[in-house]
Design a protein around this ligand. Structure first.
Ligand SMILES: [Zn+2]
Ligand SMILES: [Zn+2]
Ligand SMILES: [Zn+2]
Length: 329
């Protein structure tokens, strides 16, 4: 494929332009900026750190020391019990209360271990801890949805080096989620992502990782180079209703996908984004995980049109990511 091809993203409803010729430009991919502590200060997530308050949830090892934990964010983006109430302050000034919760999921006591470095047990435990907390969020009266993310590297928005995820419980259903819900509803041939799993396994051209509980693909409609989509095989609209095996399988798939990304294009920054149905909604939805490397910059055309220009065809990306897995054994 030499010329640019337009592909439709059935989850976001946006068009993507796959434009591989532009990858030949020098320095097509950015490697993440290393952390340099100009004024070394104690890491707030390392064992023994003070000032973070009691954990909201945590798992402990046989020696009683914590192995992974969820803390309140010290600088919350959303906070408080206020429900979503919209107020018009003029013909073009509309505002609403920003109640909610902002929490940090510290993967392990190890300051240097990213999600890609965790073992099977750690990954399973983290996913179960996450489910436990999301089950609580589902009962909080002012939360409509929780956005779970991992920002890795400064370019992806991380402000603390110690690897962690975040849970942002919010009092409204955000636009991108509402758009995905609408896309699931409009898809008439069954579940959109159950269908994608079947179609991608049949084709095999974009599959990266296949395990008993999850499938990782470089989606047909990839908007950035080496984008991946993690698809749980078990159909569930919510994370908090997922099975133990499903959760563990998805956790391992995310871990393996991130390790392959690193061995394919180097130590790049990335965002991991979980999408599940809002708490008061269910079907039709199939929870899933987006993995967006931050190896390129969104420029004017993309900002202005919402159309992404992707310089690496997903078929090529999948081929390289699969080969990275074989090299790792
Ligand atoms: Zn630390
Ligand atoms: Zn499904
Ligand atoms: Zn999504």
């Amino acid at each position: 494929m030499l010329v640019t091809e337009l592909r439709f993203d059935p989850l976001s409803g946006r068009w993507v332009a796959i434009s591989p010729a532009r990858a030949d430009r020098p320095d097509a991919f950015l490697v993440r900026t290393p952390w340099v502590d100009s004024e070394p200060r104690a890491c707030p997530f390392c064992p023994g750190a003070t000032g973070e308050g009691p954990p909201l949830a945590q798992l402990e090892g046989p020696d009683g020391a914590w192995t992974s934990r969820i803390l309140s964010n010290r600088y919350p983006a959303f906070d408080g019990d206020d429900p979503f109430v919209m107020v018009n302050r003029g013909p073009v000034f509309t505002e609403a209360t920003a109640g909610g919760t902002h929490e940090v999921l510290v993967f392990s006591p190890d300051h240097a271990a990213s999600f890609a470095d965790l073992d099977d047990r750690q990954v399973r435990d983290i996913m179960q801890l996450l489910r436990r907390r999301l089950t609580e969020h589902a009962t909080m009266h002012n939360l409509r949805y929780t956005q779970v993310i991992i920002n890795f590297g400064r370019e992806a928005g991380a402000s603390i080096e110690h690897p962690h995820g975040q849970l942002l419980g919010i009092s409204f259903v955000p636009r991108d989620l509402a758009e995905e819900q609408a896309r699931f509803s409009r898809f008439v041939a069954g579940c959109l992502l159950c269908t994608a799993i079947e179609a991608e396994e049949t084709s095999g051209r974009r599959t990266v990782i296949v395990n008993d509980d999850a499938l990782v693909v470089a989606p047909y409609w990839s908007s950035v180079p080496y984008e991946m989509l993690v698809l749980p095989r078990h159909h569930s609209p919510h994370v908090h209703t997922e099975t133990d095996d499903g959760l563990a399988g998805v956790g391992r798939a995310i871990r393996d996908a991130l390790a392959r990304l690193r061995s394919t294009i180097g130590d790049v920054a990335y965002n991991v984004v979980l999408h599940a149905a809002p708490y008061q909604h269910g079907e039709p939805f199939h929870w899933h995980v987006h993995l967006w490397p931050k190896a390129t910059t969104r420029a004017g055309f993309e900002m202005g049109t919402g159309v992404s220009l992707n310089v690496v065809a997903p078929e090529r990306a999948a081929e390289q990511l699969r080969a990275a897995g074989e090299a790792q054994g």
